[in-house]
Design a protein around this ligand. Structure first.
Ligand code: FES
Length: 173
C-alpha cells in the first residue's frame, strides 16, 4: 500500500510537466510584485546617484554658437585668419572685420584660404570663392555664409554662428 502512495507522489510533478506548472498563481503574482518593487527602487537610486544612461535618451550637448575670437589688434590688416575649431575665417581689411563660414555651400566640405591666389578654394569638388566669400567657379550654388560679428564692451570681437548676415555686412572698428 505504502509503495502505491509513493508511486503517486513521485509521478505528480512529472504529470504536470515540470517547474512552470509547480508555481501557483499566487506565487507568480508575489514574484512579479517583488520584481516591480526592486525595479522601482533601482530607478529611484539611479536618480539619486546621477546614473541616467538607461532611463534617459542620450543627448549631445553642442558648444554655444556665440564665442569670443580675440581683440581686433590680434588680426593684422589685410589678413584672413582660419579658426578651424570654430569653423570660421576672420577677414580683416583696414578697419573692417567679417566672419565667414568655412563650410562650402556645395556639399559642406571645409574650404581653405589660398594666400597666393587670395581666394577660398574647396578641396572636394573645386569650388572657388573670392576673398569676400562670393562664389565664382565650381559647383557651389551660392556664397559662403557670413556670420554676425560684434565688438563687446571690453573691446573683444565676438562671433555668433547662429546668426547669418548679408554679404555686405562689415564690422567697423
Ligand atoms: S563640397 Fe565644396 S565643391 Fe563640393
Amino acid at each position: 500500500m505504502g509503495s502505491k502512495k509513493d508511486e503517486n507522489k513521485c509521478c505528480e510533478s512529472g504529470k504536470e510537466g515540470g517547474i512552470w506548472f509547480t508555481i501557483s498563481r499566487r506565487n507568480f503574482l508575489t514574484l512579479a510584485g517583488w520584481g516591480l518593487f526592486f525595479a522601482a527602487i533601482g530607478a529611484y537610486l539611479s536618480q539619486l546617484f546621477g546614473y541616467k544612461g538607461f532611463f534617459y535618451p542620450k543627448v549631445l550637448f553642442e558648444p554655444s554658437p556665440r564665442f569670443f575670437v580675440g581683440e581686433p589688434k590680434q588680426f593684422p590688416v589685410g589678413s584672413v585668419t582660419t579658426l578651424k575649431s570654430r569653423k570660421i575665417f576672420v577677414v580683416r581689411d583696414a578697419d573692417s572685420f567679417k566672419a565667414i563660414s568655412v563650410v562650402c555651400t556645395h556639399l559642406g566640405c571645409a574650404v581653405e584660404f589660398s594666400k597666393e591666389k587670395n581666394i577660398f578654394e574647396c578641396p572636394c569638388h573645386g569650388s572657388k570663392y573670392y576673398r569676400n566669400g562670393v562664389n565664382f567657379a565650381g559647383p557651389a550654388p551660392r556664397p559662403l555664409d557670413h556670420l554676425q560679428m560684434i565688438l563687446d564692451n571690453n573691446g573683444k570681437l565676438a562671433v555668433d554662428t547662429s546668426v547669418k548676415v548679408p554679404l555686405e555686412t562689415e564690422l567697423i572698428v
